[in-house]
Design a protein around this ligand. Structure first.
Ligand code: GLA
Length: 743
């Protein structure tokens, strides 16, 4: 990395110009020199990034990583790297423009009003705005000296959590329309010897498959082009370890996530100087965006956190940020529930549901959640190929409407929640017949369905009204509905909006903006109603959406063995209070194992309670009580990942409350091999080394006993240095330990 060199570009020029121009140039050079030392630090408690305004007014990143005690010393960092020459002088740009001297992946690419495709961005001013003692936002204004196009970079820091949210606002100051061909949220520049990317991929029922690989020179792109259900193949969260893969407790690591519920793209480019250029934001694929004169474009936020103490600390910081600032009611409580989806699928009626509501009470959970299949009459929703879009109660299944079920729930002292999928339509529906123009599809192409359905065009304000109305009508008629599960099962094929006319390339962006408008409106009217973010499983888990939701559905795959791996990976980025885990009949494991796995996040059930063996029912009832007694620690505590199921025969995670006087440790066998289990103690984390703790096995199956009784006291120091063996083996496939401060 080298600093900007004004003489190379400006001095030759200087000699050729007239005296007047020379004077002007002299003036600009001297004023530029006066700014030479302008360093803009973006800092949290432990993280520091330094922007430097060069003598040529270009803003570059000269430090990214652990914060320095003295921010004046950031300026010395670039000279220490001897990795070759940066001929362009802008490899480290804070927001890399396209079409001028840049030769690498741009953060922004535009076509000016006169058709010119080059962009230069120079420093104008910067400013820091303090929200409170923890949060402040630095803004840096850049402008094209020829075209006047303006970009403001925003860096919002959450000091205690070591989290930064970054975005940009692009303003058209030209005389006519400007086309944005690429418009990233953030552009980072990181220096290390090696970069190890841990990223995710998957499909339905295969969420959060992971790879951790070294980045080689060139560009690795993480992206999606699916439109809705955008994360089916790839979620927008990832991490990059610097120098070597970070462990839970050691190493430098950057976590990143695009806060956008649609097409995103992250470019990770190891440049000719072996630095990492990271560019993240909306996917520009098929999404050129026109800005009219004077118009601004605000990009979504790119979220990141940095830790030099390993992945564990990075997760805990991100979780704390998410609970304090992002997820709805992040520090609040959640409703345990019984869902009927796998118990009945589409096959139910009033008496059957009334029984399930009684079972909800019997189980001891807080709420009954009615899933898909309750609506549509002309084309009844008896399978997934009809009725979607027709949100009237099916009169055969529910002759007395939702109101009757809400009352039944009240009579049984439980709450009532309901499933909706308001963005979608089956071609076999009245909605489709009435409003074919509301459907996203290419007029001259054959329709291509995903799960027998199509996507409604949320760029159209009338469709936004309709989608809002689906939920609002339910609430207006049944004000005691206590919960929504908002699903989204289809991707966008044949992207075309009748509403957008000649602005087709706005569709992917305007769809998401339309969705956010609906969610804003919903939240303005129903600020506290808990809501699950679901997308055929975890097809839409991002921090842009989670602003409006209390929780997300991890996956339709509820086989507990699979879930351990998924929940473990989600735990890097999302706190347990947001993970919806249900006990179902997937997998062949005993009920205890299934329940113990679901208890690691927010517990729910999707089983036929009436068919449970007496001991299984007793176990579930006890487990619900145990869970309620532990939920404060699980929902609001700090997470310590103790054993990774990918590297061991078992997985162990632990939650510790803030006072460090209570913790819970979950241990699961993940191998069937002979002798598999915890052969050594597992080192705990997060305890107070000076406190004494009792360790007791809880959540035992009726009739079984444990030798881990809590009679011995151990110091936190012992439990974190030697550890504790939960004694997981083929006869004890899941073990929950409660760790309490000894009095
Ligand atoms: C999706 C959800 C499931 C269930 C079904 C209903 O697949 O992920 O939980 O709600 O839809 O059709």
């Amino acid at each position: 990395m080298i600093a900007f060199n004004p003489s190379r570009y400006q001095f030759g020029h200087f000699l050729k110009k007239s005296i007047f121009l020379s004077f002007l140039l002299f003036w600009s050079i001297t004023s530029a020199w006066a700014q030479q030392a302008t360093i803009i630090p973006i800092e949290t408690q432990r993280f520091g990034m330094a922007l430097q305004v060069g003598t040529d007014k270009r803003v570059g990143i000269i430090h990214f990583g652990t914060k320095l005690n003295n921010s004046a010393e950031y300026q010395y960092a670039p000279a220490m790297y001897r990795r070759g020459d940066d001929y362009s002088g802008i490899l480290n740009a804070a927001y890399t423009p396209s079409g001028s001297r840049n030769l690498v992946e741009p953060a922004i690419q535009v076509t000016h009003a006169d058709g010119n495709t080059s962009l230069d961005l120079q420093y104008v001013r910067h400013n820091v705005q303090k929200t409170d003692n923890n949060v402040s936002t630095t803004s840096v204004v850049l402008r094209d000296p020829v075209y006047g196009l303006e970009v403001t970079l925003y860096y919002k820091v959450y000091t205690a959590e070591d989290v930064v949210e970054q975005w940009s606002v692009i303003k058209n100051n030209e005389k006519g329309n400007v086309t944005l061909n690429k418009y990233a949220s953030a552009n980072l520049y990181v220096s290390a010897n090696n970069y190890w990317l841990k990223h995710y991929h998957g499909d339905w029922a295969k969420e959060m498959q992971t790879e951790e690989t070294r980045l080689t020179p060139g560009i690795k792109v993480l992206d999606t082009k699916l439109g809705t259900r955008a994360n089916l193949y790839q979620p927008p969260s990832f991490m990059v370890s610097l120098d070597r893969p970070a462990t839970e407790d050691e190493g430098r690591v950057l976590y990143g996530s695009v806060e956008w519920t649609g097409n995103f793209r992250v470019d990770l480019e190891v440049d000719p100087l072996n630095n990492l250029r990271l560019i993240a934001g909306i996917n520009p694929h098929a999404s050129e965006y026109t800005l009219t004169k004077g118009q601004e474009f605000t990009t979504p936020l790119f979220l990141y956190t940095y830790s030099d103490k390993g992945k564990g600390a990075a997760s805990r910081n991100l979780h704390r940020w998410a609970r304090n600032y992002r997820i709805m009611q992040g520090n609040g409580s959640r409703l345990t529930l019984l869902n009927n989806w796998e118990a009945t699928y589409f096959d139910f009626n009033e008496p059957k549901l009334a029984e399930l509501i009684k079972d909800t009470k019997r189980l001891g959970v807080d709420m009954f959640l009615l899933d898909d299949g309750w609506f549509a009459n002309k084309y009844p929703r008896n399978a997934d190929n009809a009725g979607l879009g027709d949100w009237q109660e099916n009169v055969k299944k529910l002759p007395h409407g939702i109101g009757y079920l809400v009352k039944e729930a009240q009579n049984n002292q439980v709450k009532f929640g309901i499933w909706v999928e308001p963005e979608m339509v089956n071609p076999k529906s009245e909605l489709y017949e009435k409003h074919p123009d509301w459907v996203i599809r290419q007029p001259k192409r054959e329709e291509h369905l995903y799960r027998n359905q199509l996507v409604l065009d949320l760029s159209n304000p009338k469709v936004q009204d309709f989608v809002f109305g689906v939920l609002d009508n339910i609430m207006t008629k049944n004000p005691n509905v206590a919960f929504f599960k908002w699903d989204c099962n289809a991707v966008i094929y044949n992207a075309h909006s009748e509403y957008l006319k000649n602005k087709q390339s706005h569709l992917y962006v305007d769809y998401v903006r339309g969705l956010y408008k609906v969610l804003e409106r919903f939240r303005a009217k129903y600020p506290d109603l808990p809501m699950m973010l679901c997308s055929g499983g975890g097809g839409r888990v991002d921090y842009g959406a989670l602003k409006y939701f209390t929780e997300f559905w991890v996956s339709d795959n509820t086989d507990p063995l699979e879930r351990i791996f998924m929940q473990y990976e989600y735990s890097y980025f999302f706190p347990a209070i947001a993970h919806d885990n249900h006990v179902t009949d997937w997998g062949k494991q005993p009920i205890k194992y299934r329940t113990d796995v679901a208890m690691m996040g927010k517990l729910g059930f999707d089983i036929v309670v009436s068919k449970l063996e007496p001991n299984d029912l007793q176990f579930c009832q006890d487990a619900v009580k145990t869970y309620k007694s532990l939920s404060d620690v699980i929902w609001h505590g700090d997470l310590y990942r103790l054993a990774n199921p990918r590297d061991n025969d078992f997985a162990s995670v632990m939650y510790v409350n803030e006072a460090k006087n209570r913790a819970v440790m979950f241990n699961y066998l993940v191998s069937n091999r002979y002798g598999a289990g915890t052969l050594s103690p597992v080192k705990m984390g997060g305890l107070d080394p000076n406190k004494k703790y009792q360790v007791k096995e809880i959540n035992l199956y009726p009739g079984t006993q444990s030798s881990i009784t809590g009679n011995t006291s151990y110091s936190g120091n012992y439990l974190m240095t030697v550890g504790f063996n939960p004694n997981v083996n083929a006869r004890r496939t899941s073990v929950i330990l409660e760790i309490t401060e000894a009095r």
